[in-house]
Ligand binder design. Structure first.
Ligand SMILES: Cc1cc2nc3c(=O)[nH]c(=O)nc-3n(C[C@H](O)[C@H](O)[C@H](O)COP(=O)(O)OP(=O)(O)OC[C@H]3O[C@@H](n4cnc5c(N)ncnc54)[C@H](O)[C@@H]3O)c2cc1C
Length: 456
């Protein structure tokens, strides 16, 4: 019988999996392979929260495969060398892989193609596994990619989305291809206490609950910091335990409505950043549009920001949520990124690195390009806007519940007064060792605008 190797990467699922479907439709045996490549660790992407979530995902994928008569093969080492070894051991004549956009992913694909061709083995690279619309499928008249979201979204919305594929009933795996033991979450140290569980099963349960209970109110509630009313599906999209195609199809089937539309729009943002990164891989580390910034080097202020001790409660609450859960609400990401890059005028790469060290959904395209967007070096058409954390707090955490949840030093302060502790009097003030603000907001704003050559 002919054998295909399926190289799993950021697509750790059995539902809606075009590579698996393509191989099984040809009545082939398959070797489901995952390679732990030290090159990924060396590039700084092996953060404990993501390693633990990954361990859950691999275990769950193995369980799902075993229920279908198969199993997962895990190997460590250079991905290309390991694929070649497994191809030889299984006597495979083709390899399937999901298309992806990072420089690492594209380099992997190029190397694989070259060495497999030399061996007479076909490489099949599948679109619409890690995105709903392939990067490069849409482009404006005069460029290779969209640099502005709104026209991108207009075209994206008209693009046909393929049907969702069912999970296979059986996955026949040939004998004689050994696996290393699966990694385990308990072996990972330095995790966030509140880290969510990984794996396709966990992702599908969350998706079902989201479509039933959350999506309808998404448009109205997505910015409510305390309400926590977003899907929290980002880690599952990052590891591919859920498929973006399935999410778009199911959200649309959920009856449309403003909530479903707003949710689908966010999925389009994800595709948008991926098509930018596909066209400009260097944007992972270089300004997409330079503003000639002379960023400040202020280690003490950066440390206060990282630790959630800036003296601005909503900034500190969000930074502490990040450390505790390995996840942060989108509104928190926006205002903490604005605070670092604009109010403190610190290089976006410093903030992006810290986020990547902790975020379970930490993702080159979404993280680096959202940081660039907020720093005004990316695709934002209003690059010099500065978010005022007090105004943001009063709008998105109007009675202060989010701040009290994450900043225990202020848990005794009732109501919105918690957002401006420097105004507290008497016992409220005496009862807290919460720090004074590390910067005056108007001074920070003026410094940033001067740095950008703008009138203050
Ligand atoms: C500074 C900064 C850094 C970020 N870093 C990351 C990151 O590393 N990984 C990541 O997945 N997202 C990142 N985001 C985008 C966004 O904050 C998260 O995707 C979102 O908060 C995840 O929560 P959710 O799944 O509940 O989102 P929901 O609001 O339920 O949205 C559904 C999905 O849409 C996608 N999405 C939502 N907002 C965006 C956006 N602005 N850009 C791209 N895709 C989006 C995500 O895949 C998300 O899971 C970042 C945003 C900012 C401002």
């Amino acid at each position: 019988m002919n054998v295909s190797v399926i190289l799993f990467t950021a697509d750790l699922r059995l539902h809606d999996h075009p590579p698996l479907r393509a191989a099984l439709d040809g009545s082939r045996q398959v070797v489901p392979l995952f390679v732990r490549d030290p090159a990924v660790d060396r590039a700084g992407f092996a953060a404990p929260n993501r390693l633990a979530f990954l361990a859950d995902c691999l275990r769950d994928l193995d369980t799902g495969l075993r229920e279908r008569g198969g199993r997962l093969v895990v190997r460590s080492g250079d991905v290309v060398e390991q694929v070649l070894k497994v191809v030889a051991e299984a006597d495979a004549d083709e390899v399937h892989l999901a298309a992806d956009v990072s420089a690492h992913a594209r380099h992997r694909e190029t190397r694989l193609r070259r060495v497999l061709e030399e061996q007479g083995v076909r490489l099949h690279v599948h679109d619409t596994v890690t995105t709903a619309v392939p990067p490069g499928a849409l482009s404006p008249a005069a460029s290779d990619h969209f640099a502005v979201f709104t026209p991108y979204f207009r075209q994206w919305s008209r693009e046909p989305i393929r049907d969702t594929l069912a999970a296979p009933r059986a996955v026949p795996v040939p004998d004689g291809v050994g696996s290393e033991p699966l990694p385990s979450r308990t072996a990972v140290t330095g995790l966030s206490d509140g880290l969510a569980p990984g794996g396709e099963q966990a992702g599908r349960s969350r998706l079902t609950a989201w479509l039933r209970d959350g999506i309808t109110a998404y448009e109205d509630r997505h910015d409510d910091l305390a309400g926590d009313a977003t899907s929290r599906l980002s880690p599952h999209l990052h590891f591919g335990t859920l498929s973006p195609v399935e999410l778009v199809n199911r959200a649309r089937r959920a009856g449309g409505g403003a909530g479903a539309e707003a949710f689908v729009r966010q999925l389009a943002w994800r595709d948008f950043h991926r098509q930018v990164l596909a066209a400009r891989p260097e944007a992972a580390s270089v300004d997409y549009r330079t503003r000639n910034d002379r960023w400040r080097s202020v280690p003490d202020e950066v440390e206060a920001w990282r630790e959630g001790r800036t003296g601005y409660p909503v900034v500190d609450a969000a930074m502490r949520q990040l450390r505790h859960e390995g996840w942060m609400h989108n509104r928190g990401r926006l205002l903490t990124a604005s605070f670092l890059t604009k109010t403190l005028y610190v290089d976006w790469r410093v903030g992006a690195r810290h986020f990547l060290d902790l975020l379970v959904d930490g993702d080159v395209a979404n993280n680096q390009l959202n940081w660039q967007w907020m720093a005004g070096t990316g695709t934002d058409s209003r690059p010099n806007r500065v978010l005022n954390p007090v105004t943001q707090a009063k709008r998105y955490d109007p009675d202060g519940t989010y701040v009290r949840r994450w900043v225990p030093e202020l848990a005794h302060v009732e109501g919105p007064g918690v957002h401006e502790p420097w105004k507290l009097r008497g016992l409220d003030r005496a009862a807290t060792d919460y720090p004074e603000p590390i910067v005056e907001l108007s001074e920070g704003r003026a410094r940033f605008l001067r740095g950008r050559g703008m009138a203050v």
